[in-house]
Ligand binder design. Structure first.
Ligand SMILES: NC(=O)C1=CN([C@@H]2O[C@H](COP(=O)(O)OP(=O)(O)OC[C@H]3O[C@@H](n4cnc5c(N)ncnc54)[C@H](OP(=O)(O)O)[C@@H]3O)[C@@H](O)[C@H]2O)C=CC1
Ligand SMILES: CC[C@](O)(C(C)=O)C(=O)O
Ligand SMILES: [Mg+2]
Ligand SMILES: [Mg+2]
Length: 336
């Protein structure tokens, strides 16, 4: 049985009056910094000169310092930086300025588990990994709720690492929903597997394949979009609220019967592939390839991102979302 922590198990006062440095102000960083500030903690943000996030953080009422100055004297340092940039930034700006007894934190275990960062024995090393995209971590918090998270301690130099990590989890709203105790290894491997095989890779593959099958067969792209993408959110809402049973209860019996028959076929087709995906994560093969792709300047990653952006699915979807102002549709500028 998993060990779960809620607000009642996390004492925020252990971090009150301490300097909390959130390094990076992207998806996770902005949510951590703002939620922790709203929880009454003393937060500064660390960014590089010229960062596009700097003006945003300042407009949000946060003090922005260089990474080195943010880390100096900090009691807690959360590395909310892209995984593949963390090691170099740690080496140059974080490690040399980290005080003894500070807590170095991660939102994902990649760099500790794959040994890209090896902190000194004088600091606590912990993780609070929200199981949600950062923008939702912030939005849900402002609605008075929270996103679930995972907590892990890799190194306990002070004897207080877990209490401080739980206090941080409370400050960003995770203990409102439930925080599960884990290890860096378990978080890293399950997170990579989830995002690759199910949440991001798996789901988008099903959407693209469904959309393209219908369009190729001559059906209107707008109908294919509603069927394979828009309605997915409404189905997922049912899963989120009541699990598989509530979703099956809400859809028609015809959908349920077809869903079982075809769903079982698809499951059979992907299970072996999924085992391979997990094996490549566990062996470090995925991590190594991803680190090398970054070292080469991301040619394959950028080409694949452009291909996704250029899909008919994306063009049709943007037009339809524009007709539904209540969606608060988001537009992403494609980097060159
Ligand atoms: N995205 C998510 O929802 C989730 C992410 N995580 C983990 O959280 C961590 C952060 O990921 P994510 O939030 O996606 O990252 P983002 O890419 O969204 O944000 C990265 C931030 O780091 C800044 N940055 C980049 N280079 C430097 C530098 N040299 N010095 C200082 N700041 C820099 C960026 O600035 P600029 O804007 O100028 O580029 C940006 O503010 C990762 O470990 C990730 O695995 C965990 C759970 C979910
Ligand atoms: C599902 C993707 C994720 O793991 C997350 C939002 O939890 C990430 O790395 O962004
Ligand atoms: Mg995740
Ligand atoms: Mg992830």
């Amino acid at each position: 049985m998993a060990t779960l922590y809620y607000d009642k198990d996390a004492d925020l006062s252990v971090l009150e009056g301490k300097k909390i440095a959130v390094i990076g102000y992207g998806s996770q960083g902005h949510a951590h910094a703002l939620n922790a500030k709203d929880s009454g903690l003393n937060v500064v943000v660390g960014l590089y000169e010229g960062s596009s996030s700097k003006a945003k953080a300042e407009a949000d009422g946060l003090e922005v310092l260089s990474v080195a100055d943010a880390v100096k004297g900090a009691d807690v340092v959360m590395l909310a930086l892209p995984d593949t940039k963390q090691a170099a930034i740690y080496e140059e700006h974080v490690g040399p300025n980290l005080k003894d007894g500070a807590m170095l934190m991660f939102a994902h275990g990649f760099n500790i588990h794959f040994k890209q960062i090896e902190p000194p024995s004088t600091v606590d090393v912990t993780m609070v990994a929200p199981k949600a995209p950062g923008h939702r971590v912030r939005e849900v918090f402002t609605e008075g709720a929270g996103t679930p998270g995972l907590v892990a301690v890799a190194q306990d130099a002070t004897g207080e690492a877990k209490a401080k990590a739980l206090a941080y989890a409370r400050a960003i709203g995770c203990t409102r929903a439930g925080v599960i105790e884990t290890t860096f290894k378990e978080e890293t491997e399950t997170d990579l597997f989830g995002e690759q095989a199910v949440l991001c890779g798996g789901v988008t593959a099903l959407i693209r394949a469904g959309f393209e099958t219908l369009v190729k067969a001559g059906y209107q792209p707008e109908i294919a979009y509603f069927e394979c993408m828009h309605e997915l959110k409404l189905i997922v809402d049912l899963l989120y609220q009541g699990g598989l049973s509530y979703m099956w209860y809400s859809v028609s019996n015809t959908a349920e019967q077809g869903g079982y028959v075809v769903g079982d076929q698809i499951e059979e087709m992907v299970k072996e592939e999924m085992a391979g995906v997990l094996q490549r994560i566990q062996s470090g093969e995925f991590a190594q390839a991803w680190i090398e792709e970054n070292q080469n300047g991301l040619p394959k990653f950028k080409a694949r991102r452009q291909k996704e952006h250029d899909l008919l699915l994306e063009e049709v979807g943007a037009e339809l979302r524009d007709m539904m102002p209540f969606l608060n549709a988001k537009k992403i500028k494609q980097e060159s």
